[in-house]
Design a protein around this ligand. Sequence first.
Ligand SMILES: *[C@@H]1O[C@H](CO)[C@@H](O)[C@H](O)[C@H]1NC(C)=O
Ligand SMILES: *[C@@H]1O[C@H](CO)[C@@H](O)[C@H](O)[C@H]1NC(C)=O
Ligand SMILES: *[C@@H]1O[C@H](CO)[C@@H](O)[C@H](O)[C@H]1NC(C)=O
Ligand SMILES: *[C@@H]1O[C@H](CO)[C@@H](O)[C@H](O)[C@H]1NC(C)=O
Length: 440
Amino acid sequence: MRLLQLGFFLALASGLSALLIYITGVSDLRTCDQFTNESRFGSIAVSTKRFQESVNGLGLQAVTTGSDYCKVTINFPSDTVPKWKDPKTGELEGLSFDFNLCEAVATWEQVRNSTTILTSEFIDALPNGWEDYAWRRINKGVLLNQCKNKTLCLEKLSLVLPETPPYVPRQFDRCAVIGNSGDLLKTKFGKEIDDYDVVIRENGAPIKNYTEYVGKKSSFRLLNRGSAKALDKVVELDETRQEVLMIKTTIHDIMNKMIREVPINNPVYLMLGASFGSAAKGTGLKALEFALSICESVDMYGFTVDPGYKEWTRYFSESRQGHTPLHGRAYYQMMECLGLIKIHSPMRADPSRTVHSVPSQRTITAARIASEKLLRRVGAGSEDPLRACSIRKKLAKRKSTSVSGLRKAAVDHQNFVKGTIMYPLEHHPGHGVLCTLPKD
Ligand SMILES: *[C@@H]1O[C@H](CO)[C@@H](O)[C@H](O)[C@H]1NC(C)=O
Ligand SMILES: *[C@@H]1O[C@H](CO)[C@@H](O)[C@H](O)[C@H]1NC(C)=O
Ligand SMILES: *[C@@H]1O[C@H](CO)[C@@H](O)[C@H](O)[C@H]1NC(C)=O
Ligand SMILES: *[C@@H]1O[C@H](CO)[C@@H](O)[C@H](O)[C@H]1NC(C)=O
């Protein structure tokens, strides 16, 4: 139980410290660091007290709910001016957000070992995959009578449905996810961005005319529903026409027609994502999820994370309604302090900026195992790499997934999981994953 609590505590500490960075800007990175260090050496009680003191000293309020180390409510200072209004209720975004750090640690670790691209082997391996799932990924799928006519469903999905995942975990080394925020125009990050092995963009983000700020390279593009419907326009944004297009939602007859007739030769896939609850629905988070499932390290640009933001703007157009910016910022900052991503922004422009607060890999692993146990995740705490597989399917045939010239880290991971491919199962009790195993 002690280990369990310590694990949580460290996770909690780093998550909360995260907010300090955000609120105080770059100058106070050390506060976060100090605290993490403190918690590692000192007793939990002392650290909690110190932590609260330091939080309150900064005009912030961090509230934990007694015995539950996972739950934390983070209150922005009351003089923070929220600008975003919920279009449904007309209410301004709140200044108080609940996070479950245990969920975050456990879920993101799973993402790193999973594939986030929808494949036919996944639908085949899913119990009643065609009847219960496939039609949900087709626009107006509800009219398809649960894919009773499987040929028809296959036809609609065929252009975006590879048999096996085209990418494996850790296939790429350094990746950058570029948001669309107006703050990109404050710093010339272009050259720095082009230095990454992989660059992931979002929706209609232009490259031409902005290369000084956003770079030229573009490897992947995450598309929401609206952008995906304008697929013909989207492919023009990358002049090399090499971008891989990843659709977040559903395939639409309009898109199939464009792929065939324009024609669009870029690879197009549907994303298969894990669920993160309400905190994390936007394209930005999906892009990070995708990046974390194929990259060793993930850096993030253009997400309006600096304090004192005035408006939710895009670098290439007039200000436009975004969604829950304060909530998103707190979430991204939590991710950075959990060592998942590194955030770059006008106020954090130093490319070699180190994030002092990141707990060690060992700490994170301990917190993750503790979290899995507490959350009663499938196979929690087991040494078996396939412990989380709640659905296993041996494949009679599998085209060799071994992409030639894979990085050592990717090969090592493949060996570790014995060639297994793991797929997230949304809303599955215990967060088990679906595993397809090569026939031995
Ligand atoms: C962390 O704490 C240890 C022990 O209290 C101390 O020796 C070390 O200098 C501290 N490190 C940092 C970076 O503050
Ligand atoms: C099923 O769909 C295919 C492809 O559209 C079509 O050719 C076939 O007639 C359909 N079968 C039935 C029984 O409706
Ligand atoms: C780039 O600038 C030119 C000239 O101002 C303009 O016509 C064009 O639409 C711009 N392209 C993009 C992608 O913004
Ligand atoms: C993910 O894979 C790594 C090895 O590449 C392993 O150490 C780690 O335990 C795996 N995590 C989960 C949740 O399976």
